[in-house]
Design a protein. Structure first.
Length: 187
């Protein structure tokens, strides 16, 4: 009887590891084929909730419009601009000084996914956790759709940022000037 229990336990472990490997393989294939993403998001920064929509084009381009705060965030792949349209505050950062330098680099993420073991969270998500320089980042993929569903990082102001993606569309038509950086005088 004891041997039978050990056999079933080992079989369960083997099946679980095999299923996780299959999910990881499908996540890598799906993410590799993704040129761009369009999505709505919910974000928690230092316990403040925000919502909006974004378009991402790999590598390192993003355009986000925040609902309540009337803020936009844009990266052209080199610089990141955050502009508050209510009071016209304007901040520009070299993207390599931000976590977006890694989060928006699909090839970098694929390398990290291939070289790290992911953790299953709530039987819904596969989380990849990595540290690169000063950045600790968690990237989450849905284990059913294999789509990117969010990330968690610390921003340049040392705030914990949790971003959840939904209504995700892949490889959509993008406007030609979608990632043009706004100037401080544009409203």
């Amino acid at each position: 009887m004891e041997r039978l229990i050990i056999f079933f336990f080992l079989l369960l472990i083997f099946h679980s590891n095999n299923a996780k490997a299959s999910v990881e393989k499908n996540i890598i294939k799906n993410f590799s084929e993704t040129r761009n993403l369009s999505f709505k998001f919910k974000q928690n920064i230092d316990e403040k909730n925000q919502e909006g929509s974004c378009v991402v084009e790999y590598p390192k381009k993003i355009f986000c419009k925040y609902k309540e705060s009337k803020k936009i965030l844009v990266s052209d792949g080199k610089n990141l601009v955050i502009q508050n349209l209510k009071n016209n505050q304007y901040y520009i950062y070299p993207i390599e000084k931000t976590a977006f330098n890694l989060i928006l680099d699909k090839n970098f993420l694929l390398q990290k996914i291939r070289s790290n073991k992911g953790d299953i969270v709530d039987n819904k998500y596969l989380r990849y956790k990595f540290v690169e320089g000063d950045n600790q980042i968690n990237i989450f993929f849905d284990i059913s759709s294999y789509n990117l569903v969010g990330w968690q990082n610390v921003d340049i102001y040392q705030n914990l940022v949790i971003t959840y993606l939904f209504n995700l569309e892949k490889n959509v038509q993008i406007k030609k000037d979608q990632f043009k950086l706004p100037s401080p005088t544009n409203n």
